[in-house]
Design a protein around this ligand. Sequence first.
Ligand SMILES: NC(=O)c1ccc[n+]([C@@H]2O[C@H](COP(=O)([O-])OP(=O)(O)OC[C@H]3O[C@@H](n4cnc5c(N)ncnc54)[C@H](OP(=O)(O)O)[C@@H]3O)[C@@H](O)[C@H]2O)c1
Length: 328
Amino acid sequence: MKAAVLEELGQPPRYAEAEEPVPTDGLVVADVRAAAVKNIERALAAGSHYGSGRLPLPCVLGHDAVVALPDGRRVFAGATPPGGAMAERLLVDPEQTLPIPDSVDDASAAALPNAAASAWFALEYAGQIRTGQSVLVLGGTGVTGSLAVQLAKRRFGAGKVVAAGRNVERLGRISELGADATIELGPADEPVAAQLARHHAEHPFDVVLDYLWGKPAEHVLRTLANDDLAAGFHRTRFVQIGEMAGATIELPAATLRSAGIELVGQGGGSVPREAFGRIRSEILPAVFSMLADGTIAADTQVRPLSEVTDVWTTRAPSGVRVVLVPDR
Ligand SMILES: NC(=O)c1ccc[n+]([C@@H]2O[C@H](COP(=O)([O-])OP(=O)(O)OC[C@H]3O[C@@H](n4cnc5c(N)ncnc54)[C@H](OP(=O)(O)O)[C@@H]3O)[C@@H](O)[C@H]2O)c1
C-alpha cells in the first residue's frame, strides 16, 4: 500500500510503498479516510521532539485518523508508528475506536481530536478554569489555540477570552469563533504591553494558555508582575503548552514573588495517566457532539496523501489543519 514514509529524521516523508497491515489478535485492517498533519508529527519527523529518538525508522507517520472499519462504520482511531495513520490502510482495535456523528465531515473529525484533548486538559486540568473567569490565549491564531478559545467560551463558560497572535486576518476569524477581544502581537513591544495591561486591569487574567513562549510570554509575565509590595493578590495560572515563538524565556525571579502566578505545563508527562481515559470516554465524544451541532468549528485543508512531501515543506495558512486523504 502507499503511505507517508519517513526514512530519516530531518527529511520530509515520501509517498512510498509500505508494508500492508495484517489482521491479528482482534485487530482489523481499516481503510483510512483522513489523517491530520499536526505539529507533533512534524516535530517528531524533524528530530526536534523529545520523542524523536524513539521513532522506529523507516516508519509510516501519523498518530490518528478517521477510518472505515470492515463492517462499514466510520470511526476515529489511534495509530502508532511504524504503523502510522498517514497510509491507505491501518491496523485498528475496533474496541478502541470512537464513532463519528454523521454530520461531522472526515476532515474536521481528523483535525480536531489532538487539539481538542490538549485544549480541554489545558483549560480544565492545568488551568483549573471556573465559570466567568478571564482567559488569555497566547497563539490563539493556531489550530489548538483557536479550539482553546472556543472551548473556553462555549464549554467552560469563561467570562472573557482574549486571543493574541501575529496574524491579523486570523485574529478576525478568532473573533467570529468567540474571542471577546484580540491583541495583535506586532513587532513593537509597547502596543502589546499596553493592551495586555489594559485587559488585565479590566478583568484580571485567571488563566493564560501559552502556545508561543519566547517574547510574547515574557510580555505577559511582565504584565502579571506587580511593582508594589501592597498589591492585592490575584491568582493567574500560566499554562505553558507550545513554543512557536521560542524555546526559552528570561524570567526575573521577582516576577514570581510579586504576584500570584502559578507556572504550570500541559503535555504528555504533566497530566496524570488516569486522566487519559477521559479523552475517549468523555472529551472526544463531547467534542464530536459540539462539532455536529455547530458549537465549535475546525478550519481544514484537504490534500491528497500523494502530496505529503509538498505538504511537509509548505506552510499551511494560520489556524488551518491540513488533512491527508488517500488517493483512490
Ligand atoms: N503540549 C501539548 O499538549 C500540545 C498540543 C497541541 C499543540 N501543542 C503545541 O502548541 C503549539 C501550537 O499548536 P497549534 O496546533 O495551534 O499549531 P499551529 O496550528 O501550527 O499554529 C501555530 C500558530 O502560532 C503562530 N506563531 C508562530 N510563530 C509565532 C510567533 N513567533 N509569534 C506569534 N505567533 C506565532 C502561527 O501564526 P502565523 O500564521 O503568524 O505563523 C500560528 O497561528 C505548537 O508548538 C504545538 O506543538 C502542544
